[in-house]
Design a protein around this ligand. Sequence first.
Ligand code: HEM
Length: 275
Amino acid sequence: MAQATQRSTVPAIRKDRRKAPWPIEFYRSAVGKKWVMALSGVMLMGFVVSHLIGNLKLYLGRNEVNLYSEALRDMPGHLLPRTLLLWVIRVGLMGAFAVHIHAAVTLTQTNHKARATKYQSPREYLAANYASRTMRYSGVIIIAYVIFHLSDLTFGSGPHNLRGDAYNNLIYSLQRPWAAAAYVIANLALGLHLTHGAWSMFQSLGVNNPRINAFRRHFARGFAALIVVGNLSFPIMVQLHVMEPTCSANRTPKAQVAPCARAIAETASKITAGK
Ligand code: HEM
């Protein structure tokens, strides 16, 4: 009996976790998570640059934007079924977005556990700059923005949306002052996130040489500034009425109906009201 009591007080020995394949074992380490964060970050940076380049077509007019939007769905011509390649890229980006967030959250949890005291000393706190201290807040704003942005434009939940008319859909969306403000706030948060992210990814990948540290800083700030200035120009131009919805005669076949019908109906109702 006494023996049984004694045995029950012995702490259970934790069995070693079974070894997973090496990519998973690597990801379980802090270094692996940092690599995954950096590489998925590079993919997401590639996306924001190409997205900005595509969005700059807004300055070329509705026809160019709608042709571009259709061309993305038609990539790579007749070699694959329509939208297949676009979906492969979308799934890749969603994967990058998911692992980026997972690695960030789990790394933060590990850091918190490893730290003897929960809070940093005032000295440590000051040493970390504003962008690095606010990564999780800017990250949350970006996630919220992407959800809004996709439901607003890509899935077309707004009343202003017409499938195939990306140009007018965006202009109608950004004409709402609260939506324009949301774009401005989110892109400022994105700029802050990129300033630290584009700098620290070099460190995560082991590139930390005093000779290139100045380049790292300039690259990160320049990259973030380019994205922020480019992206902010759209809501600002729409709010200033430099960009207006258009109803040109030169339209892509799919994009003809609703905005023009709406414009015609509005004009017609004005005429009727004037009578
Ligand atoms: C002011 C800046 C921006 C403008 C004007 C803009 C505009 C657009 C437009 C017109 C579309 C296409 C909607 C359609 O399917 O017809 C789109 C899609 C998208 N945008 Fe943006 N965007 C901006 C910033 C951003 C940012 C900062 C992010 C991410 C951090 C982002 C993420 C996306 C994603 C994930 C899609 C879906 C792409 C797809 O359909 O595969 N956008 N955006």
